[in-house]
Design a protein around this ligand. Structure first.
Ligand code: NAD
Ligand code: UDP
Length: 354
């Protein structure tokens, strides 16, 4: 922890705070998306404060930026009152476990994280006139009856199932964001993120892309839940972070949530076959029970982001899988089987911290 946490720099200055572009606070900054976001903000000239309780985030995700004089990381649970009255220009709320096994492990805390965490951060934004971003989710559409899903679709969501702590928590957070905007005039930006993958997912994260790649690299059975005919659309992390920046920097704040995701749709069986082929794995594809309320299909309608943010994903699944496979291969100690086809195709170098 000492390697990461530096002396907390508090206090307001006139105009934009901190050096360069201003000061940004990233809640959930040690996580998969949060660590990429912190890196991007530092690269863009922001001073960055990350808050994280390290539930699913890892210190080694921050290895590349821990020594940056403009970066500070504080261990904190956003459910609790903030550890300081941070004078910031921008706030990004990414704090919340995103993988079903992790968010279902302590469902009440997951719900509190979305609701109380949002309130704590929205109050901070209000006090300092900061712009605030919410990492919402395609889960607000539940098991959708409209396909693909446009932002105007209200969803088909169970209020009392095992996924509800996450889905309803995120839906409540969206409500809070727009109510704070209408009530106090604060500038809110809400992204509905569809399945995103890439380096720095945890190998035991439980989500499908990391599960399949890790299983394939280890030669273990690839676990397809249900028949594998359910669909998802997979966005590479770099594309998503660019979408965050475009949404946050749009001159006019959209008065509604904005879908960010890759509209190319795959069945889960297609993904499994792609990963087996890509890693040249000896793994067998096996079937396991489908989790309760598992959405049958999911694909974003990104017309709004295309038209108003000039954003759409650029990285194809095959290219994103190459980067992600190289990352997990390095993390697992290079266990990929000899003669892997992907090893020849991928020249991606990935540095992994300890
Ligand atoms: P992640 O689990 O890697 O990151 C979440 C981070 O938040 C972790 O660092 C975790 O330790 C931290 N955190 C969790 N609860 C906290 C709390 N109470 N206080 C402080 N920190 C806390 O997941 P991710 O994929 O990086 O997701 C980041 C955000 O994006 C989440 O809010 C998630 O709901 C949202 N999202 C992600 C995806 C995706 O496909 N990756 C899709 C939809 C929405
Ligand atoms: N899934 C699977 N095997 C796994 C993990 C997930 O078949 O090892 C399925 C899961 O049932 C769902 C899809 O893959 O249909 C995406 O799951 P994930 O947990 O990644 O995201 P979410 O369900 O939240 O979209």
């Amino acid at each position: 922890m000492n390697r990461v946490i530096k002396v907390l720099k508090l206090g307001a200055s006139s105009g934009r705070r901190g050096a360069g572009r201003g000061r940004a606070l990233v809640a959930g900054g040690a996580g998969f998306l949060g660590s990429h976001l912190c890196e991007r903000l530092l690269g863009d000239g922001y001073e960055v404060i990350a808050l994280d309780n390290f539930h699913t985030g890892k210190r080694y995700n921050l290895t590349g930026i821990a020594g940056d004089a403009s970066f500070t990381c504080i261990k904190h649970d956003v459910v609790d009152a903030l550890p300081g009255d941070f004078a910031v220009d921008e706030i990004y709320n990414l704090a919340c476990p995103a993988s079903p096994p992790h968010y279902q492990a302590d469902p009440i805390h997951t719900f509190k994280t979305s609701v109380l965490g949002s309130i704590n951060l929205l109050d901070l934004a209000r006090r300092h006139g900061a712009k605030i971003f919410q990492a919402s989710t395609s889960e607000v559409y539940g098991d959708p009856l409209v396909h693909p899903q446009p932002e105007g679709y209200f969803g088909n969501v169970n209020t009392h199932g095992p996924r509800s702590c996450y889905d309803e928590g995120k839906r409540s957070a969206e409500t809070l964001f727009f109510d704070y905007s209408r009530t106090y005039g604060i500038d809110v930006r809400v992204a509905r993120i569809f399945n995103t993958y890439g380096p720095r997912m945890q190998p035991d994260d439980g989500r499908v892309v990391s599960n399949f790649i890790v299983q394939a690299l280890r030669g273990e059975d690839i676990t397809v839940y249900g028949s594998g005919t359910q669909t998802r659309s997979f966005c590479f992390v770099e594309d998503l972070i660019e979408g965050f920046m475009r949404l946050m920097n749009a001159p006019v704040a959209p008065q509604h949530p904005v879908n960010l995701g890759n509209p190319v749709e795959f069945t889960i069986m297609e993904l499994a076959e792609l990963v087996v082929d890509y890693t040249n794995s000896r793994s067998r594809i096996v079937h396991r029970p489908l989790p309760v309320d598992d959405p049958r299909q999911r694909k974003p309608d990104i017309s709004f982001a295309r038209q108003h943010l000039g954003w759409e994903p650029k990285v194809a699944l095959s290219e994103g899988l190459a980067h992600t496979t190289a990352y997990f291969d390095a993390l697992l100690g290079g266990r990929r089987s000899v003669g892997s086809r992907s090893a020849a195709r991928s020249s991606v170098h990935v540095a992994v911290g300890s």
